[in-house]
Design a binder for this molecule. Sequence first.
Ligand SMILES: Cc1cc2nc3c(=O)[nH]c(=O)nc-3n(C[C@H](O)[C@H](O)[C@H](O)COP(=O)(O)OP(=O)(O)OC[C@H]3O[C@@H](n4cnc5c(N)ncnc54)[C@H](O)[C@@H]3O)c2cc1C
Length: 458
Amino acid sequence: MPGAKKRFVIIGGGPGGTSCATHAARLGAEVTLIEKDLIGGAAHLLDCIPSKAMIATGGAMSMMKGAEEMGLAKVDVQLDFDALRDRIVSIEDQLEASVTSLLGSQGVELIEGTGRLTGPNTVVAQPNDESKEPIELEADVIVLSTGSRPRIPDWAPIDGERVLTTRHAYPPPELPQHLIVIGSGVTGVEFVHMFNSFGSEVTLIVSRQQVLPGKDPEVAAALEQSFLDRGVRLFMGARAESIDVNGAEVTVRCDDGRTAVGSHALLAIGSIPNSENLGLDEAGIEHEWGYVTVDHNNRSNVPHIYAAGDLSGKLPLSSVATTQGRKIAQHAMGMHVGPHRHLDYDKAASAIFTDPEIADVGLAEADAFSEGRKIRVTKVPFSVSAKALINNDSRGFVKIVSDPATGVVLGGSIVGRHAAELISVLALAVTAGLTVTDLVESLFVHPALAEVLGEAAE
Ligand SMILES: Cc1cc2nc3c(=O)[nH]c(=O)nc-3n(C[C@H](O)[C@H](O)[C@H](O)COP(=O)(O)OP(=O)(O)OC[C@H]3O[C@@H](n4cnc5c(N)ncnc54)[C@H](O)[C@@H]3O)c2cc1C
């Protein structure tokens, strides 16, 4: 019918689904979003936001413990677990309300229920209120953004009390006296930092010879040293293979014969996609290990069915899910189809909210060497910064990787306070193809930590 609105049905209300919904609606589509749990998805309610809220509380505690060094009288700081729980619930409620209101203001129809494909153009939504009949929906465009959940191996007796996944930890039932964290990727090390700052004893089981596998070894070494300085026990090169719970005691056994005994264990060993019972096969969608196979436009082999966020098997970050959602809306509505608009995952900035904070973007020094690529690497410590002295925190450094022939900024790593904010400057430089000279000639604020970026670019 000429002039008819395009009908979008989106399954999953995390950052991928909600970003797609609002953009598609703004572009004139008729949009229905199906979410079975809470609007905002795991990102807002189970993963990124509550973890960062708890880390911020731990950071405030650490700052107060260092009050004397800032010229203040000594302060006695205690964690109030109930107040912390209330704070997290309040942040989650505010975020859920703001996303729900944004969707409403764009005219997105919301169905509280579980969605499933029944064919290439049809979706059925089973409302959470089971007394209601399933709703059959027809769509011109279908977007799948059902996210992922923690991977649980069969040797881990997860009970949500003593043996936890990330989903039980915001906050956990009680403050662990001694937490054993299994897995030293981004999530694992953030938990180590968080609970260590709350005063728990922490042991980290690291399956390789460095924490943060795949990250710049110098960056990983800085974090390992900070953990050791803070009394964290590191089991390097050890794989956990069993967990036993005996009353209040949890024992984790590793493949090299070592055992760690604590009060709680937390598994952070990756995630799996939420795609079973989604009807991928009924709609003829290709998938691998449960992740939907997508092209540069996040389109599956069925041209009007897209996948966003963790389900697309690309880069599992909330920021990436949001951008994919927007780009899908634009592509499906006929905009921005040129290759220059494709998402370049190699240029995505990411951060690890430990202490010191870690962030990186683009080409890493170690990857350039292993690819035999010629690069120029410059590194400046924060100890040269007046602002770092003012902050009473001179730890860390800025490292910039550039092309020696052209000066174009190819990547960078930052270890230190506010690294997650500062990396945005390098992310912009990498995305826009700026040169080190552009950074050197920028007039940064003084005194500010960003000045170190200019110095590292020289
Ligand atoms: C501990 C932790 C910390 C993290 N911290 C960060 C961070 O600091 N920064 C960052 O960028 N990323 C972070 N991430 C990653 C981030 O959480 C994910 O990449 C992001 O949530 C992916 O968004 P999504 O839209 O794909 O899925 P989700 O946020 O998982 O949302 C999917 C939604 O789909 C719903 N759903 C599933 N199946 C159905 C169905 N059949 N019908 C209806 N609804 C359904 C779910 O209920 C859920 O609400 C973190 C992850 C973890 C585990």
